[in-house]
Design a protein around this ligand. Structure first.
Ligand code: HEC
Length: 132
């Protein structure tokens, strides 16, 4: 997937392994896909009344993960990333007074806040993570 709906035309990965024909996703794209899958799982666990599984990623790596062609840490990115990390971590805070569903939706709304300026393509997919 890419951030817009145009076909990506990136000359970034010159290292070609014979068995790899597809364009290699960036480290950041991989992290984002793990975040998506993790939150989808969390949504199902919340709806089933289960305790969410722990976050499998070190979220601080968002500050250093390599991004694909055309993306960089803009001022907007920098203004959204820390609040996202805080709200995503708060989902696992068992001592919180705020309802789990509200904390979860706050994290997803921060995914969306950043995506509105930094990467619009996945927004419809991310919106489906919200719990109504
Ligand atoms: C601080 C900004 C920011 C936050 C917060 C953020 N994203 Fe992203 N996301 C990006 C950017 C920029 C890219 C493009 C990265 C690249 O292509 O290297 C991206 C890419 C993606 C992609 C596409 C990955 C691919 O295969 O190309 C998905 C899906 C995604 N994000 C989901 C999420 C979800 C779900 C969350 C919250 C749990 C989230 N994002 C939080 C900025 C953000």
């Amino acid at each position: 997937m890419s951030c817009n709906n145009k076909v990506e035309n990136s000359e970034q990965s010159e290292e070609k392994k014979p068995e790899l024909i597809m364009h290699k996703p960036s480290e950041m794209a991989n992290m984002m896909n793990v975040l998506y899958a993790f939150n989808l799982q969390t949504k199902r666990q919340i709806l089933a009344g289960e305790t969410p599984a722990p976050m499998p990623l070190d979220l601080l790596k968002l500050h250093s993960a390599e991004m694909s062609n055309g993306h960089s840490r803009t001022a907007a990115w920098n203004s959204f990333v820390n609040v996202f990390i805080e709200t995503q971590q708060a989902v696992a805070d068992t001592l919180s007074d705020v309802a789990l569903k509200e904390r979860y939706n706050a994290a997803i709304n921060n995914c969306l806040a950043c995506h509105k300026t930094e990467c619009v393509g996945p927004i419809p997919k991310i919106k489906k993570l919200l719990i109504n």
